[in-house]
Design a protein around this ligand. Structure first.
Ligand code: FEO
Length: 169
């Protein structure tokens, strides 16, 4: 049975994951406007992943005797000065998600909630990948800065990304 405190904190995280989804959807709009369809595709997949994360937390609350709630969600930032800036914001955002998941895990441990710990372990692993991927794209963008052909090559690479719901998640 989920404690009231953990339920409250997971409900906040549901809102934050949806905020993440909106952030990446807004970045997709920016990349559409920049005529970079591969970057746009990457952000669309990121949007879908974040909605998957929100739903995973939502399901956890519902399936462990809690009451899921949709809390108010902030509007997303729509303007970026460059693809590099958008990915720097992505990395900073993901670092914040990692910190939030860490706090949720600390709370689940304090409360001895084993089911929540197993669920959160999946997110801890996921965040390692999220930060690593954003960091890699930042380094690629820094390498090609000012080189239009290099940017288009990265765009083609990011066009390959597809959303696949993680197995066993
Ligand atoms: Fe749901 Fe990108 O963390």
């Amino acid at each position: 049975m989920l404690s009231k405190k953990l339920q409250e904190e997971i409900n906040k995280q549901i809102a934050f994951e949806i905020y993440s989804a909106l952030t990446y959807k807004a970045m997709q709009a920016y990349f559409e406007d920049e005529d970079l369809p591969g970057f746009s595709n990457w952000m669309d997949v990121q949007f879908q992943e974040e909605m998957f994360h929100a739903n995973k937390f939502f399901r956890h609350v519902c399936e462990h005797g809690g009451r899921a709630a949709l809390l108010p969600i902030e509007g997303a930032r729509n303007e970026y000065s460059s693809p590099l800036e958008a990915f720097q914001v992505t990395l900073t955002h993901e670092q914040e998600v990692t910190a939030r998941i860490g706090k949720l895990m600390d709370l689940a441990r304090e409360e001895g909630d084993h089911a929540a710990q197993i669920m959160l372990q999946w997110f801890i692993t996921e965040q390692v990948e999220e930060e690593a991927t954003a960091g890699l794209i930042i380094r690629k963008l820094q390498r090609v800065e000012g080189d239009g052909r290099g940017l288009l090559m990265i765009d083609q690479e990011l066009a390959q990304r597809v959303f696949a719901p993680p197995a066993g998640a």
